[in-house]
Design a protein around this ligand. Structure first.
Ligand code: HSE
Length: 309
């Protein structure tokens, strides 16, 4: 088969942690995400030729997309190279998986151009190399849902084990992204290195409850389980109006509300589109009285990850 020479891909924004699954749980959005064009070149190696949307480094050892791409080609050593055009829609540092989408797009695209030598698990490993330079830590809870689609649990990092969980069909996510910058590395530095046994026990029961709720489409159990006893109390201090977003959305019927990834975005889950739109307007009204710019998104949770377009 003649392999293609050029590909355009879409990689979704993702919500990671999902309240009770710090560093291990995430899901992708349906329509919010980045695009990337990758082309084969005669010259070996990786070069970034275009970046639109946001200001990101062109240096291949500093850009998340090229770092993950280099990890991939280093293990195949093709006798040609690749040039990358990045079209960012997800603002870096937003908490909805901007670096995860970049890392995912490049490895997925190059794997397609090479005729798929690697499976998605292997691609996750390459993409994690890019994610590492963005956050200074190893985690796959944005990359795995961006690659696999749907609710995704990172069961183990070394060796990598990913579990794909069911995604209840009426589930919507609402996101508000306050335009303040919180770097993932800083947002991780403020977390305690040790947590109490009682908080750990509570968190385990929440995660167990959520997993069961996803398998049974039990929205009531989901509502009782979307709580975070480990991280939210520390990070929420960095997000203006977090308590108000949470209390008002829950009072209006949200299934849960917490920080998306390392913030500053906040997400809520809702059953059905009407409820989702109502919660979006609550989020907007909370932030309208502030002088902070913000963006909101309403999306179904996508059963798909990165795709060729
Ligand atoms: N699980 C990570 C964190 C996601 O919360 O720090 C950051 O992208």
């Amino acid at each position: 088969m003649q392999h293609m020479n050029e590909i355009r891909v879409f990689s979704p924004a993702t919500v990671s942690n999902v309240a009770c699954g710090f560093d291990i749980l995430g899901f992708p959005l349906e329509s919010v995400g980045d695009e990337m064009v990758v082309r084969k070149t005669i010259k070996k190696g990786i070069v970034i030729t275009k970046i639109e949307g946001f200001d990101l480094p062109f240096e291949v050892n500093k850009n998340v997309a090229s770092v993950s791409a280099l990890a991939l080609i280093d293990s195949v050593k093709p006798d040609f190279g690749f040039e990358i055009e990045i079209y960012k829609n997800i603002k870096p540092g937003s908490g909805i998986g901007s670096s995860g989408a970049s890392a995912t797009s490049s490895v997925y695209a190059i794997n397609e151009l090479l005729g798929r030598p690697f499976n998605k698990l292997e691609l996750t490993n390459f993409a994690m190399k890019g994610e590492f330079i963005a956050s200074n830590s190893e985690h796959a809870d944005n990359i795995a849902p961006a690659l696999f689609g749907g609710f995704t649990l990172v069961k183990n990092l070394h060796p990598l084990e990913i579990l794909q969980l069911p995604t209840p069909k009426d589930l919507y996510v609402i996101i508000i992204h306050p335009q303040i910058e919180i770097k993932t590395s800083e947002s991780r530095d403020i977390l305690p290195k040790m947590v109490s046994l009682s908080d750990t026990t509570k968190q385990l029961s929440e995660l167990g409850g959520l997993i069961h709720a996803l398998h049974t489409s039990d929205y009531e159990l989901m509502k009782k389980s979307l709580n975070d006893h480990l991280v939210e109390k520390h990070r929420s201090k960095l997000i203006p109006y977090f308590d108000e977003l949470k209390s008002k959305s829950l009072a209006a019927g949200a299934i849960g509300c917490s920080i998306s990834g390392s913030g500053p975005s906040v997400f809520a889950l809702a059953k059905g589109k009407d409820m989702a739109i109502n919660i979006e307007s609550i989020f907007k009204s909370v932030y309208s009285k502030s002088n902070i710019d913000f963006a909101t998104y309403v999306s179904k949770i996508s059963p798909n990850g990165v795709v060729t377009i």
